[in-house]
Design a protein around this ligand. Structure first.
Ligand SMILES: Nc1ncnc2c1ncn2[C@@H]1O[C@H](COP(=O)(O)OP(=O)(O)OP(=O)(O)O)[C@@H](O)[C@H]1O
Ligand SMILES: [Mg+2]
Length: 234
């Protein structure tokens, strides 16, 4: 579904992503793990066209994504849940969710998906009228994921959904991520919480200083001595 080749991202003189190559198969959940500053978010920002990469190619369902204008991505079925969530703070939870569906026009389908998202996150149903900016961090993360799901994506890009959240919240959010994945959605999951990411994904890539240094099935990475030492704190 997604084939990234030699992707490079630079910020002025800083090379944040140094020609990485990886792929995500349809229906797969793939984890991209790495320490602070490894270039994970920069990779997702390039894939979702929030920034122009310095080089490389990104083929998505047979098309060159980098040739498309950024506003076409939602229509192509790509949704990003950015680091820091990016909810619209002065809109209610419900309005945020509806915004996620702005490019769609089948009202019946949208209402059905809204019910499904509120079913995944009952907390958001209780907080439907509350301004998103006043939600707790965990609730905002739920909202950001819910809003992305409302665009009915084929490919969901998640940037650190567990960041800064209490274990119980992380558990709830990952239950939904698992459910959505089992229903067939393709997911690229960026996480600093390597253990969690490798437990839920099928394959993983390890990123270090802008390069991919290791890749394997997630269950093998979980037992890899280097991964255990550097990313699992063992
Ligand atoms: N807008 C920017 N301008 C300049 N440098 C940037 C910018 N965004 C990121 N960088 C640099 O690019 C490198 C990679 O950053 P990136 O945010 O992609 O890392 P990350 O792997 O997502 O890290 P984290 O786990 O902390 O979120 C870092 O050295 C960072 O300082
Ligand atoms: Mg990041």
């Amino acid at each position: 579904m997604l084939e990234v080749n030699g992707l490079r991202v630079s910020y002025g003189g800083i090379q944040a992503v140094r020609g990485i190559t990886f792929h995500v198969n349809e229906g797969e959940m793939v984890a991209l793990i790495g320490a602070n500053g490894a270039g994970k978010s920069s990779t997702l920002r390039a894939l979702s066209r929030l920034l122009d990469p310095a080089g490389g190619s990104v083929r998505y369902r047979g098309k060159e994504l980098l040739a498309l204008p950024p506003h076409r991505l939602v229509g192509e079925g790509i949704a990003l849940v950015p680091e820091g969530r990016g909810v619209f703070p002065r809109m209610s939870s419900l309005e945020n969710l509806r915004m996620g569906a702005y490019a769609r026009n089948n009202k019946t389908e949208i209402e059905g998906d809204l019910e499904q998202v509120l079913g995944h996150f009952p907390r958001l149903k209780e907080r439907a009228q509350q301004l998103a900016g006043t939600l707790s961090g965990g609730e905002q993360q739920m909202l950001a994921i819910g809003r992305a799901l409302m665009s009915k994506p084929r490919l969901l890009l998640l940037d650190e959904p567990s960041m800064g959240l209490a274990p119980i919240m992380v558990q709830k959010i990952f239950e939904v991520i698992r459910a959505v994945a089992s229903a067939g959605m393709t997911i690229l999951l960026v996480e600093q919480n390597a253990k969690l990411a490798l437990e839920v994904s099928q394959r993983g890539y390890v990123m270090e200083s802008g390069e991919i240094t290791l890749t394997d099935e997630s269950k093998k990475l979980l037992t890899d001595p280097k991964v255990r030492a550097c990313y699992l704190g063992e």
